[in-house]
Structures are given as C-alpha cells and as structure tokens.
Design a protein around this ligand. Sequence first.
Ligand code: NAX
Ligand code: K
Length: 531
Amino acid sequence: MSAATLNAMKLVTAAEMRLLEKRALESGTSFGDLMHNAGRAVASEICGLFDSFPGKKALVLVGPGNNGGDGLVAARFLNDAGAITHVYLLAPRDPGDLVYNEALEAGISPIEVESDAGFSKLRELLGEADVVVDAIFGTGLGRPIGGASAAALTLVAEARNQRPDMVVIALDLPSGLNADSGEIDDSTLAVDYTITLGYAKRGFFLFPGADYTGQILVADIGIPDGLDDDILSEVIDEHDVLSILPLRPSDAHKGSFGKVMVVAGSTEFIGAASLVCQSAARAGAGLVTLAARQSLHPVFAAKLVETTHLPLPETAHGEFASEAAEVALARLVKYDAAAIGPGLGQSPDTVEFVHQLLSGISENTGLVLDADALNALSLTPDWWDIFNHPAVLTPHTGEFARLSGLSIGEILANRMEICRKNAALWGKVVILKGAHTVVASPDGRIAVSPSANPGLASGGTGDVLTGIITGLLAQGLDEFDAARAGVYIHAMAGESVRNNIGDTGMIASDLLIQIPRAVKSIKEHDHASCH
Ligand SMILES: NC(=O)C1=CN([C@@H]2O[C@H](COP(=O)(O)OP(=O)(O)OC[C@H]3O[C@@H](n4cnc5c(N)ncnc54)[C@H](O)[C@@H]3O)[C@@H](O)[C@H]2O)[C@@H](O)CC1
Ligand SMILES: [K+]
C-alpha cells in the first residue's frame, strides 16, 4: 500500500476513459493538447525517478496508435531533458503524423522494425538502456498481441532479467493488460512503474493485471475539473477514511460510541465469535455483547472479559432452541448494530434461527452479515426479494458464488463489475473479500482496497473485518462508509503485521491491537499534513 501515490485515485474502464476524453474535447481541449500533456507528463515522471537524468539512455517502444503517439511525445521530452533517446517503431507511423514529425525535428531517428533483421539493433539497445518505455498498446488493443510487438516485449522481459537495474515503464498501461478486467496478454510485461494517463484503470486492481503494473503513478493530462463526477469507482484512501471516521468527544461515555451485538460461534467455531467481539471493541464500539448458545457461555465468559453476554436458549442437543431468536431480538432493540454469522454453523436449526432473526430485526439496527448468515441466506432462492433490511454483506468468493448462483470462475473474471451489479440487485453494501477487496454500494459506487496481502489469507481475518465494520456502524457510520473505512483499517492493520513479522505465519489475533494503531495513524497523518 503506497498511500502517497494512491491518494484520491478514481478508477475508470476503457469506455469511461474514452467518455472523459470526449468530454474534454467538447469542453475545448484539443486532442493534440491531451497527447502533448500526456507525453510531457510521462517524461517528467520518468526524469523524477532518477537523481540525475542527463546522459541516461532511454528507449521508447512505439506502437501504431495513440499510445505510440504518447510515446513519441514522451521521447521528445526525454531527449530535451538530456537523455540519449532512441525510438523503436513496431508499426509504421503515418508520414503526416504530427508527433512523429516533431520527434524527427527534435533529432530523434526512429528505428523501424522492418529494417532491423533479427532484432539485432533492438537487442543492442536493450543491452545498454537505463530506462525502457512500453508505448506499444494502450486502451485500444483489440486482439492478442502477435508478430514483432510480441517478440519485442519478450526481448524486453529477457533483457530485464539479465539487467535488473534497467527501469521498465508502461505508458498508460502495460501493453496487453485489459483496462476493464485485468486480464493480460501472453507477452504483457511486468513493469516497474505504470505511468497512467488521467485516471488509473480498473484492471490495475484486478488479477492477474495487478501483478504487472509495478508502482502506479497517475499523470495529469489536463482533463478539465468537473467532468468526472459520474465516475463512481475509486481506490480507498486515507483522506476519505479520515473524513468518515467518527469523532471522539472528550466528555464521551460508553453509550456515545454505540452498542454492538455479535451473534456468532458454535462448539466447533469458538474463536470466530471472540475475534468479532474483540475487533468491534478495538474499532471503538462502546459496548459489545455476545449472543451465543448458553452451553458456550462459560468458555466465552472466561475468554472475553470486556464483552457482556446474552446466553441463548438451546436444545438438549446443543442446537438453538425455537425461542432463541425471540430472546435475541428482544435484546437487540437496545443495540445500534449487530454482526450475525461467524462460526454459527449450518445445521437446520441454526439456519432457521438466522432466518427468524433476519425477519424480525429492526430497520434501526445496523447489520453486518458474514459466513454462516450468508450461507443461510443462500438457501432461499431470490433471497434479496424477501430480505429488505439494509446491511453490509462480507462474502469471500465461495460465499459470493452461493449468494449469487455464479461460478467462482465467473466472479474472479471480473470482481469489480460483478460486485457492483450484485450490490445493486441485492440492495446491499457488498464486500467481495480477497486481494484488493472490492466494496460496492447499491447506488453504483465502488471502493477498492489499495492492499493485496497474502498474510491475510488465513482463518479468522474475515471475522476481524466483520467486527471492525460492525463497530463502525454502531458509531453511526452508514453502511458504505463503515464498509470502506473498515476495509481500509483492516488492510492497514494487516500491513503493520506484515511489516513486523512478514507474510508467513500471521494469525488473525495479531491484527487486533493493530486496529486502534491504524486509526491513530490515520488521524495523525492528517495532523502531520496540516502543519
Ligand atoms: N483517452 C485519452 O484521453 C487519451 C488517450 N491517449 C492514448 O491513447 C491510447 C489509446 O489509443 P488508441 O485507441 O489509438 O489505441 P492503442 O494505441 O492502444 O492501439 C490501437 C492501435 O493498435 C491497433 N491494434 C489493436 N490491437 C492490435 C494488435 N493486437 N496487434 C496489432 N495492432 C493492434 C489498432 O488497429 C490501432 O491502430 C491510450 O492508451 C493513451 O495512451 C492519449 O493520446 C491522450 C489522451
Ligand atoms: K503501453
């Protein structure tokens, strides 16, 4: 997670980028200006990567379209900045092409692939380049990359392996990376930096593409302000989270920060309930109560000292008794938010208990549904027609598949769009967990986690997320704010643990103390930036 480069990063599809370009043209900016700004901004970002740029060797690989055009402009500015600059043309440019002619006038002599038998010149240039720019294809790629372009990209990858100090830059996006879905071409380069134009593309936060972009830098290409109000997808950033975090007045009492009820746990899954309760408290809830089957009470009472308890009636077999939901609902009216599901199990009595709970819960209670509550919902066809209560749902891919009826492959192929569509269909805020977790609101907004941390792929980390979000809901945040702030805080907590102990062997309990630290750091960052 690199907050400095990801601040206020909106995410666009290729179609949205074309729309923004069209609006910019309609508002009086010329295409030539946009391309000029793009090339200049890219060159300026590249210069900024080196302590001293004059004398460096730059090689720009130029394709047939506007991405190549941007590359030609960038080459001219790199040349002006003192780099020894070569342009390698993978397709002929139109003789009347303005940016091509400007590059020639600047003294750059492009090398054409047709006259470079066996890529001997390209190999020679790759043997000495300090920086290579992939300006072969951008958002206009229409089919798999083949021929000379594929061969050239493969040669760059080979050269990069031999010379790790060579910096490889993608202009707008690594050629072959699909801006919408994150799919890649066989020859897509894994670059060090992607200098993207105007807006980051959705595919940078979807896999496999997310592994290919390197650090993402957004270049300002002069699209006028105010044209992007209907772009509803963004990467969650610290400033957003700061602006939505609840204030903590000094004369607060525990009622000020809301009450959370956690309905979770079973004989098999004791830890899930503990993690949810502790993380809700660590996220700042004033009071946390655990409602669990009464036979589990002694265990939880010993483990959770700050939590209060509502033992629920159970049958002789240790299942929820038929009046258990009524007991929970009677108490729930005094609570601001509830988390239902983690570790409850999936027995028929439990499913019935969850259904009764969901059909009786008040509209005023903020609700997070996770794990077995989601599994119980999935058993009812078109459950969203019946269950109208606003809620945050936190499925991982398998749970999402059960809720939606889609296959895991279909979901993974386009996580952002699938999450957006289903949030709208279901009328819920939906968190699709995974690397770069996606949060979608029924109104079309999407917020994506800046973090992909394999350390979080272990049992219980999802329970921690559920607890954080419920704790934030209890403090008065709405569902979408609680979800995106919760995802960000959870990601930061995970990054802190990874920084301390690495990504192997991280356990969910490690995250707990990092939750308030993450909140503190977000608040202090603002303090620091104000002075
Ligand atoms: N959207 C914007 O506001 C701006 C976009 N610009 C640039 O424009 C780019 C998009 O430009 P284009 O639409 O020209 O697209 P590209 O430059 O990505 O490439 C399209 C060209 O490649 C050809 N082509 C597509 N797939 C191919 C394949 N597999 N093999 C061989 N040739 C193939 C097409 O026929 C076309 O000539 C962006 O990525 C960006 O770099 C900038 O110039 C400035 C402003
Ligand atoms: K490119």
